[in-house]
Design a binder for this molecule. Structure first.
Ligand SMILES: NC(=O)c1ccc[n+]([C@@H]2O[C@H](COP(=O)([O-])OP(=O)(O)OC[C@H]3O[C@@H](n4cnc5c(N)ncnc54)[C@H](OP(=O)(O)O)[C@@H]3O)[C@@H](O)[C@H]2O)c1
Length: 325
């Protein structure tokens, strides 16, 4: 089969397409014929081994897993002897977390992994882009115990995690205010945020409004900047940054004033999350925002684009031309 491989850490150019052996499913695995996958910030971090600490999990000198990619959507091609939930021909989507291998024509995934049958009216491209941003957003929103009636501000609401956080915040009953660039105002409004603030025109911290939770979904603001916009007992939820990690670890032991920094590290991906997302897709209350689609062969270009930090939602890779419904 054709797969994207890399034998060293580095910039997008370390990726190349190669003919490799098709994987064979173990007893508890399904073999998925992939129609679409994504390039996300997690993939780029693992490929570049940035931050350096990633190497302790993925190989100190070179990547232990040659084929990158975690999110995917496709069809079950074969099942292991002990698999009962899936059958050959099922259309499935999910994330092969910690095992990678989705930037390829086929991938083996454990039946118990975050894997579910696809809703019938969703394309492979759409389904492939559902899991990563949404599950990362869910990790953060759950940590802050987002509840009905709370005031949630999502900063950087146009990215993969941001577009998911707006929709999932609404699903959990919060009043969602979002902050993004002028060009994404309409999109973010269409996801359910109200009001939507243009960060090029206005600094939300100057408005005098207070929020129960400020979710920095793009890694572009700071606790110091947001503190005064949090209510007493309010929570700042970062997605990135050593300093934030330090503050979050510190906050587990001592109280820093009357506000807290909480960070979902390491994030957990579970089957229940994918099943929740499937229900939301079916109910029409969630959609994956797709910025661009590239064929698998253009993985280097796709990765370069993701690394600009300016994609809107998600970047999809189609495999074998992808396929509609
Ligand atoms: N904790 C984890 O396990 C984990 C995993 C993956 C990613 N991350 C981190 O989470 C963050 C978000 O990831 P992602 O995949 O959602 O990112 P992404 O999709 O690449 O986010 C890009 C979005 O951020 C917006 N943006 C850029 N600069 C901004 C600014 N100054 N103010 C507001 N918005 C801005 C961009 O729009 P404009 O440029 O048009 O404004 C773009 O729509 C990243 O920092 C990433 O490293 C964390």
């Amino acid at each position: 089969m054709r797969a994207v491989v890399h034998d060293r850490y580095g910039p997008p150019d370390v990726l190349r397409l190669e003919e490799v052996e098709r994987p064979v499913p173990k007893d508890d695995e399904v073999l998925v014929k992939i129609h679409a996958t994504t390039v996300n910030r997690t993939d780029c971090g693992f490929r570049a081994a940035k931050p350096f600490i990633i190497r302790f999990f993925t190989g100190l000198r070179r990547p232990k897993w040659r084929i990158p990619g975690s999110e995917f959507a496709g069809e079950v091609e074969a099942v292991g002897a002990a698999v009962s939930e899936f059958a050959v021909g099922d259309r499935v989507f999910g994330a092969n977390v910690g095992r990678f291998g989705a930037h390829a024509e086929f991938v083996c995934v454990r039946e118990t992994a975050p894997l579910a049958k696809m809703p019938s009216d969703v394309t492979f491209e759409e389904a492939a882009a559902v899991c990563d941003g949404a599950i990362l957003a869910l990790n953060c929103l759950r940590l802050a115990d987002i509840r009905s009636g709370q005031r949630l501000l999502v900063y950087g609401a146009s990215g993969s995690i941001g577009t998911a956080a707006v929709q999932l915040g609404k699903h959990l009953g919060a009043d969602v205010t979002a902050v993004c660039n002028t060009k994404n105002l309409e999109l973010v409004r269409s996801l359910g945020a109200d009001p939507v603030i243009d960060y090029l025109q206005e600094d939300f911290t100057k408005s005098g409004e207070r929020y129960d939770v400020i979710f920095d979904a793009a890694g572009k603001t700071s606790f110091a900047h947001c503190r005064r916009s949090l209510v007493k007992g309010g929570i700042y939820l970062p997605t990135d940054g050593w300093w934030n990690l330090m503050l979050a670890l510190l906050a587990r032991r001592i109280r820093i004033g009357d506000k807290r920094v909480l960070m979902a590290i390491p994030p957990r991906y579970g089957k229940a999350d994918v099943l929740l997302l499937k229900r939301l897709l079916e109910a029409g209350s969630y959609r994956a925002v797709i910025d661009r689609s590239y064929p698998l062969e253009q993985v280097v270009e796709a990765s370069r684009y993701v690394e600009t930090g300016q994609k809107t939602g998600n970047v999809v890779l189609t495999v074998n031309g992808g396929r509609a419904r």
